[in-house]
Structure formats: C-alpha cells, structure tokens
Design a protein around this ligand. Structure first.
Ligand code: ADP
Ligand code: ASP
Ligand code: MG
Length: 469
C-alpha cells in the first residue's frame, strides 16, 4: 500500500513524540508499505514565528531573537537525543540554523520597512516545517529507515492567495509524480514539509493554519495513494471538542460529507479544506493517535454509516459576526441579494452561513469578525444609493457570535431533531440568533452569543446522548 501519513505539531513536538513517529513509520515500513510522511512544525513553532513577525512590524526585533532561542533549543534537544553528537546532527542543525538566520534577517527587514506583507508572512510561517524536515529525515535514517526530505514548494503549486492559498491540481500532480515517484521506487520514505506550497513563479505560500492536513490529502491525491493517515494527539474525530465537553468520545466512522461539515464548522482536528482532495478520488482517510497507535481512531470514507444516532457530533466556530443588510425598501430593490454577495465576494471573505427571513426585509450572513470592516466598507460602497434613499438602513453587525453545527447523516428525513435541539437550548435559556439548515440535511447550523457557546454545545451533546458510545 502507498500511505501518506501526516504527523501534527504535538506528534513531532518533543523526543517522546518523535520516538512514536519512528516506531509508527518503522512498523508500516516493515509491513512493506510505501510511505510519504508529511510533517508539521514542532508544536508552538509556527506561533512563535508569526508572533515575532508581527512584533517586528511594530518595531520590536527582540521578540524574533527570543523566538530564535526557543526554537533553536527545541531542535537542539530533539536532535541531540536521537543523533547524539554525530555528523548527521551537525548537518541537520546547520540547516536549521541557516533557516533561523533567514528568519532573523526577514524580521529585521520588516522592522526597518515597518511593513509586513502577506507574502513575507508566508515565508516566515513556512520556516517551522522547513526546519523540521531535515530533523525528522535524519532521525528516521538514524533508526535505519532510509528517508529523504523534500520541501513542498517543489511539489504543491498554488495560487497567490497568501495565507490560505488554493492548490492547482494539475500542476501539483505533475510535479509530485515526477519528483516523488522515483524516490518511492528507490525504496525511500519521503519526508515532506506540511502547510506550504509555492506559486507557479516559485513564491512560497501557505495553505492556512492547520494546513498540513491539507498537504497530506493533496499529496495523497497526486500520488493516488491507497490511504491517508492524519496522526494527531486524540483518538480520532470526537463527538465534540474534548476541551469543551469532557464526555466527548471518538467516532469510529464518518462520511466525507459529515467530516466536511464538521471541519468547516470548527472541528480543529482536520483543516477545513483537507477532505476535498481525498473525497474527489475516494481515498480513505484515518484520524489516528500518535500516542495510542493501536486505537482504531476514525475512518472516513464515502458511505455514511448509521450508528443509531440522528446526531453524531456538534462543533462550534468562534469569533464570528452576524452582518445584516436591512430596510423597508428591500422588497422593491431587484437583485439586492446578488449585489450584496457580490460585494462581499470582492473582499474574498469566507461567508459561513446565510439566512433570509421570508418577509424579505433583511438578509443576514455570518463571516469571521476579522473580515467585517472590509465587508461593511464594500457593502456600503455597493449599496450607497439605496442607503441614501433610505430604501436600506445602515448595515449592521453583531460581533462575539459563534456558529454551532449539529451534524449527522441520520438526521436526514428524521422528524423532531430540530425540536429536540431547540428544546434543549430553550431549557438552558440560550437565545438562538439565527438558524440555517443545509440542503444536505446533514447539518443544522445556528448562531448564538459567544458567551453561551460552550454551554450550548454541552447541552446539545447531552440532549442527543452523544456521551453514550
Ligand atoms: P495537530 O497538531 O495534530 O494537527 P490539532 O491541535 O490541529 O492537532 O488538532 C487536534 C486537536 O483538535 C485535539 O487535540 C482537540 O483538542 C481539538 N479538537 C477540536 N474539536 C475536535 C473534535 N471534534 N474531535 C477531535 N479533536 C478536536
Ligand atoms: N504548522 C502549521 C500551523 O501551526 C501547520 C500545521 O500545523 O498543520 O498552522
Ligand atoms: Mg492541526
């Protein structure tokens, strides 16, 4: 079998975790599988890099020096543990230090210019994965697993939307096949940087926070892999965020449709776009625990398997705003919905939920709070005449809201699910601000105030008895 396996930040975060990685890769290798390993940066490194870049823009370079020390220490400890004072360690640390020099030089430039562009931010963000590849490659080689590192800028071609670049499938397939197939044929375990790609002109991009999951499925699809494994720090996709619901437990099976709703609406365990490449070619994806590798985790395939429950999981996505375009003259204005969303689209903002009351007096939608200023500006611009004529009142928005998504293929055609859902929230005296049900009937989404979110999630979890296996 050809397996693309991705190890997340905690799974490569220290010597104990890295020992597990060696064990896991070794085991599949012994079974005769071909393996592409996708690695994240060591736990916390990406945050350190990005925070230092932002500080540099504000005129503070010290944070970059501090971050360098911290990052360097993490790698020095890990390499010392596995490689001792060998030539291999020296080579890995030389490369890591070279990248850290680059990091400091970039932060210096940003401080001097007083400007941090999205493009520069992606270069800096990419460094954590770039540092980890030589480290993991050397550790595997030392353990007798013949490995070779590759930087994904040579494989994954993307557009130039820095910070959340979109892969260009054909170019990626061609590059990946040409570069990786010969290495696989030569019996190498290939170690690839997660999270990053490059434009057609070779400019580094990133796939969005948590993007190493996406890298794994992109490469899985490009290589026509048999399976993609996402090794992380929990026993699979759980009925809810385990940090919010203590009783949450892993779900044995999910369909592509179900996981795409869950990851889109905030289940951090998988990047929101990551299932798409796998889904297109029907590649099974497993979410597995690096620290409990014998646990079966979650298997994700095309079919939905009923587990006797209408609802399988509930998630929340925070820091959202509800934007409302409203006015007495709305009914008369032709194409106002179209113009509203065209204006939003111009800002490249991700709209997560839309609802329109049947009175047609208002349209409201939910978008990330960080994007709201540019969205409102674009709307006021587009609808300025209607606002002047008072056909539209000013555009309003409400911050500190959360979208909850209640997901499960068993909800389809089953009456009473919404009744129970709203009943549970009512008993908790939680005010529901807006509601939407996708036509898939796999998902009911609702908006509540951020302060109510955790309580709402727990009450829904309890109402649908998700704590029971
Ligand atoms: P990695 O570094 O391996 O990519 P992440 O931190 O990105 O790991 O994602 C795993 C984390 O996602 C878990 O530790 C858990 O706290 C969180 N999480 C949130 N929602 C869920 C969920 N529904 N199922 C499993 N984990 C979840
Ligand atoms: N290191 C990147 C991040 O922290 C990508 C990832 O971990 O998947 O967002
Ligand atoms: Mg992640």
């Amino acid at each position: 079998m050809l397996i693309v396996m991705k190890f997340g930040g905690t799974s490569v975060g220290n010597t104990q975790a890295l020992s597990k990685v060696v064990e896991i890769v070794g085991k599949y290798r012994e079974q005769g599988d071909d393996i592409v390993v996708v690695v994240s940066a060591m736990n916390g490194v990406t945050n350190l890099l990005l925070a230092a870049a932002h500080k540099a823009e504000e005129g503070d370079e010290k944070q970059a020096q501090q971050a360098r020390l911290e990052i360097s220490k993490k790698h020095a400890e890990a390499t010392l543990h596995f490689l001792e004072k060998s030539i291999e360690r020296k080579a890995a640390m030389t490369e890591i230090n070279r990248l850290l020099d680059e990091f400091e030089a970039l932060c210096h430039g940003i401080r001097v210019l007083g400007e941090l562009t999205p493009r520069a931010l992606d270069v800096i963000g990419s460094l954590g994965e770039r540092m980890n590849v030589p480290q993991v490659t050397a550790i595997l080689n030392k353990a007798g697993i013949s490995a070779q590192g590759v930087v994904a800028t040579e494989l994954i071609v993307t557009d130039n939307r820095f910070g959340s670049a979109v892969p260009l499938i054909e170019a990626t397939e061609e590059k990946t096949e040409n570069k990786l197939r010969p290495l696989l044929k030569a019996g190498k375990v290939i170690v690839v940087t997660g999270f990053i790609g490059a434009t057609e002109h070779g400019i580094t991009t990133t796939l969005g926070r948590g993007g190493s999951d996406y890298s794994a499925t992109i490469l899985g699809r490009a290589l026509k892999a048999d399976e993609v494994y996402i090794w992380t720090d929990v026993n699979g996709v759980m009925t809810s965020d385990p940090r919010v619901v203590a009783e949450a437990h892993p779900i044995a099976h999910l369909s592509y449709a179900e996981i795409s709703e869950l990851s889109f609406f905030g289940a951090k365990v998988l990047h929101s776009q990551a299932i798409r490449p796998a889904r297109r070619d029907n590649i099974p994806v497993r979410i597995l625990n690096t620290f409990m590798p014998d646990h079966p985790g979650t298997l994700i395939t095309a079919e939905s398997q009923e587990n006797g429950k209408a609802v399988k999981a509930v998630t929340a996505i925070k820091n959202m705003s509800l934007v409302t375009v409203e006015g007495p003259g709305m009914i008369g204005i032709s194409g106002v919905a179209g113009r509203t969303f065209t204006a939003v689209a111009r800002t490249e903002t991700n709209v997560l939920m839309i609802s329109q009351a049947s009175s047609e007096q208002s349209i409201c939608f939910v978008a990330p709070t960080a994007d709201v200023p540019k969205v409102v500006e674009s709307l006021e611009d587009e609808l300025s005449r209607e606002i002047e004529r008072r056909d539209l009142e000013h555009i309003k928005w409400e911050d500190d809201t959360v979208i909850l998504a209640v997901v499960g293929s068993g909800m389809k055609g089953q009456p009473g699910v919404s009744g129970r859902l709203f009943g549970a929230l009512g008993r908790e005296e939680i005010n529901v601000i807006a509601i939407a049900q996708g036509s898939s009937e796999f998902n009911i989404s609702l908006v509540v105030a951020q302060g109510d979110a955790d309580r709402a999630v727990r009450s829904i979890h309890q109402e649908f008895q998700l704590e029971k296996p």
